[in-house]
Ligand binder design. Structure first.
Ligand code: CMP
Length: 143
């Protein structure tokens, strides 16, 4: 299986609930290597840019309000089959549909406030990673 990268964001609800450590522990225990990580706060505009694909959808305004409501922790994660394995680890977008033992099932309150983001493809992962990280901030690229 190919080694892939996925971009995750520990969302503002994850940070507010003091779950950065617990969610990161689950990510690492599942075999993902953290190759880039920071804490930042999106503005309504930068959240809108990240989620530009959802512009025009009924939840876009709510989503960009929420994502800019407090600090978040984006990370680039590396692992064989990372895209699919990460989506299994976090569970369905709507926590009501998420499997038992997944991050969203255990911690998310709603489809909008769902603790964590994960890229849906290798290609989008690359675009999303570049939204948050310069090449020089990715550990594999550091001397
Ligand atoms: P995420 O995986 O970060 O990608 C897009 C986000 O839009 C998704 O997680 C949800 O948090 C959010 N989203 C999707 N559908 C809805 C909805 N019906 N209402 C509010 N937010 C939504």
């Amino acid at each position: 299986m190919a080694v892939e990268r996925t971009l995750t964001i520990l969302k503002p609800d994850c940070v507010r609930k003091n779950l950065i450590g617990e969610v990161t522990r689950r990510i690492q225990e599942a075999g993902f290597k953290v190759v880039a990580m920071k804490m930042t706060r999106l503005t309504k505009d930068t959240a809108g840019g990240f989620y530009a694909v959802h512009k025009g959808k009924p939840f876009y305004d709510e989503l960009t309000d929420f994502m800019s409501s407090g600090p978040c922790v984006p990370m680039i994660l590396e692992k064989e089959n990372a895209i699919s394995d990460f989506r299994k680890l976090i569970g369905a977008t709507n926590p009501a549909d998420a499997d038992e033992g997944t991050v969203r099932k255990d911690f998310a309150d709603s489809v909008g406030e769902n603790i964590v983001h994960g890229s849906d493809s290798v290609e989008n992962g690359k675009i999303e990673a570049a939204y948050f990280f310069a090449e020089s901030e990715v550990v594999a690229n550091l001397a």
